[in-house]
Design a protein around this ligand. Sequence first.
Ligand code: 4SX
Ligand code: FE2
Ligand code: CA
Length: 347
Amino acid sequence: MTTPPDVIRCAYAELVVTDLAASRAFYVDVLGLVVTHEDDDALYLRAFEEYLHHCLVLRKGSTAAVAVLAYRVRTPHDLDLAQEYYGALGCRVERRPAGATRGIGEAVRVEDPLGFPVEFFHDAEHVARFTQRYDLHGAGALARLDHFNLATPDVPAARKYYEGLDFRVSEDIQDDEGTVYAAWMFRKPTVHDVALTGGDGPRLHHIAFAAHERTQILHVCDHLGAVRKSDMIERGPGRHGVSNAFYLYLRDPDGHRVELYTHDYYTGDPDNPVITWDVHDNQRRDWWGNAVVPSWYAEASAVLDLDGNPQPLVVRTESLESEVTIGADGFSYTNKEEREFKLGEQV
Ligand code: 4SX
Ligand code: FE2
Ligand code: CA
């Protein structure tokens, strides 16, 4: 087996959007992302603590989709490793010269074994870091990109693939039969850089930005209410069980899902314990026990191949979390002992 590239972290996403002005109103005017560059074709955005050129590219196109998910690697040599590694996996691999994406150095793009368009880069243009430009921060200031969440039909296979890239699992969701519904995996020492959600795929479930404070996330809710756009709020605000993060899910003008996220925890020690949640635990996805809305389980963004054509979907054949928890036969519990006691009384 060839050596995998040394991935540092998830670094940027490029989303195809159908109306740049509408996207700007959401990502810049409401979320407060900083514009590094804009032209008729695209917007290049970053969060307040970021000093690489961008963490999000919004490119104008006729159909909403995901063009690429990019990871930063430790050295330029890791690009050669990526090229060999994915070549050996039989994946389509392309080397891209510096500047093929504005602000990004030489890169390797692949159609990964899960069907996602993925880029690896090391060099990128540095721009001003606005950590202490409090004069520019709004009340909803976002600090940095935190993670990608991918919908994929076979979570154990996807987990194995990411373990091959030396990602480690922080948390997962399973049932008694060993069906795996989701897994959270990291390179940077937080709960995740990538989450794998069981469903038809490849699709992007969401990208997430980290804020420092819950108040910043609550302010975004208030802001959306004030501009009569509260229908962009899909789920939350709330506290996740998995990750312990405080969260909010929004849908952008094209339906791309964006999570705002704060207060997860450090995972950098080599013996960081893995947390496994029972799919029937009512507090796994919302610590306060609030129901997950059906759209959150069902909907996600299509991804493109390296030619810009939509990737065909592979349907998940194992049970769906939405069906085992909120479907007709679904059940869940808040207190397991209490539930088992009640079930025992019935027999
Ligand atoms: O809904 S979950 O509590 O499982 C969850 C979803 C935890 C962390 C995340 O980033 C997420 O998107
Ligand atoms: Fe997330
Ligand atoms: Ca809503």
